[in-house]
Design a protein around this ligand. Structure first.
Ligand SMILES: Nc1nc2c(c(=O)[nH]1)N[C@H]1C(S)=C(S)[C@@H](COP(=O)(O)O)O[C@H]1N2
Ligand SMILES: [Mo]
Length: 428
């Protein structure tokens, strides 16, 4: 069995992808994956087995397509129900572990609303740019639709994503969706903020821009002019179609790689200033407490992070044998440059394969073949970005952030595989 030695790249059954390719189907059989095509038994004729739908004429579809009725369980989960006592705050979790590739379908994009979901008439909505500019300007939606469009495939993550693991001293029975459902990734298309700012003309003192939304609480955040000029976008389209109301129709600010809260939806006003406004969100909920005794405000970047999605908490491995470990990695600092995976509780690690194209500040799919021997074990992933930043352990993260801080949690995730194939969230 000389070949077996080179097949494994790390402990716990992680397999060298090249040996998988070289061995092909016979290799999969050797690692006890069940045959995909079952042998036809006895004298049964194939015609007898034709299912009903191959023999009846079907319907004609509908103007706006829907997922298959067999996919009804792939839906968002309400994290925070909107209630009068929390003034319209609500949030929906993406079923991130049930998707493949990197794009989140629009109907499954996570949602976070502090003042409900307004229904805005695009014919009555305007974007005002004023303050430290040469020419205050007003844009209708119709105007903006005539501007040159740029496309960016980018993740959007609420800084409260994975907050459960930041806050709780113990793990419970939370699923991958409960823990990682506040991140999504789309192809956003819209107008460069820099194009509009150059039309308005920034004055010498311009340093910050207060971006405000047209929802009932006028959600607003102060953004440095440098970020707006660098890659800020006024997004009008999401994955080919106009924004959903839940994502900010008719327009939202998209600040690639920056905490979700700064991506102001229902965008209606840019006020150019020389200083930040210290809006309620930036000085309250989105300021972090550090163990050093300081507070960290304006913590814009979402740091390098990853999690294995298959298998992950809430899923079940039906039998031992071959599986493809597959997950997502992302960084608000740039591209993902690598992801290491461990299948033996961190004793050994192997480099996963990245699925291309790898976009800047986008979800990045990684995978590595694995043979599960049916014993209990722990799976982990550790992402590295192009700035060389490495995802920290939970212990290291906790050394920086004081309780009760729960935003910006990006520590290495550990999933426990039990002998019965169940997968759960654990701290290591
Ligand atoms: N106008 C407005 N913009 C907003 C919010 C809001 O409540 N109102 N929520 C913010 C938060 S906390 C996040 S995480 C993102 C979520 O964007 P999504 O709902 O499109 O996923 O929008 C941000 N922009
Ligand atoms: Mo958020």
């Amino acid at each position: 069995m000389k070949r077996l030695k080179t097949e494994y790249v790390a402990g716990g059954g992680l397999i060298d992808r090249r040996s998988l390719l070289a061995g092909g189907v016979s290799f999969l059989a050797a690692t006890t994956i069940r045959p995909v095509v079952a042998a036809i038994e006895g004298d049964k004729t194939i015609a007898e087995d034709f299912p009903r739908w191959t023999k009846t004429l079907a319907g004609q579809g509908s103007p706006y397509g829907e997922p298959s009725r067999y996919e009804k369980s792939v839906v968002r989960k309400l994290l925070l129900p909107a209630a009068p006592e929390n003034a319209g705050t609500s949030a929906w979790l993406t079923p991130i572990d049930q998707l493949q590739g990197i794009i989140t379908p629009n109907g499954l994009h996570f949602g976070s609303y502090h003042y409900g979901v307004p229904e805005i008439d695009p014919n009555k909505h305007e974007l005002l740019i004023h303050g430290l500019v040469d020419r205050p300007l007003k844009y209708t939606v119709e105007h903006l639709l005539r501007y040159p469009m740029v496309s960016s495939t980018r993740f959007l993550e609420c800084s409260g994503n994975t907050a459960i693991n930041a806050m709780s001293p113990f793990t419970g029975n939370e699923t991958c969706q409960d823990l990682y459902g506040l991140v999504s990734c789309s192809e956003w298309v819209g107008v460069r903020v820099s194009d509009l700012l150059s039309e308005a003309g920034l004055t010498k003192k311009a340093r910050w821009i207060i971006a405000e939304g047209a929802d009932s609480g006028s959600h607003s955040r102060s953004i440095p002019v440098s970020k707006m000029l660098d890659d800020g976008i006024i997004a009008l389209y999401q994955n080919g179609e106009r924004l959903r109301a839940e994502q900010g129709f008719p327009m939202r600010l998209l600040l690639p790689g920056w905490e979700g809260n700064t991506n102001v939806k229902y965008l209606s006003r840019f006020e150019v200033t020389d200083r930040p406004a210290f809006t309620s969100h930036e000085s309250g909920l989105y300021t972090e407490h550090l163990t050093s005794g300081h507070a960290e405000g304006f913590s814009f970047h979402m740091e390098v992070k990853s999690a294995i999605m298959h298998p992950s908490a809430g899923q079940l491995l039906n039998e031992k044998g071959f599986y493809e470990i597959s997950g997502l990695a992302w960084s608000g600092r740039g591209k993902i440059s690598g992801v290491d995976v461990s299948a033996d509780n961190g004793v050994s690690w192997a480099r996963a394969q990245l699925q291309g194209p790898v976009h800047d500040k986008a979800l990045t799919r990684f995978s590595i073949p694995w043979r599960w021997d049916g014993e209990s074990t722990i799976l982990q992933s550790r992402a590295i970005d192009e700035e060389g930043r490495v995802q920290p352990t939970r212990k290291v993260w906790k050394q920086k952030y004081a309780s009760p801080t729960f935003n910006h949690y990006n520590a290495i995730q550990a999933w426990q595989i039990d002998k019965d194939g169940s997968v759960s969230n654990v701290f290591v």
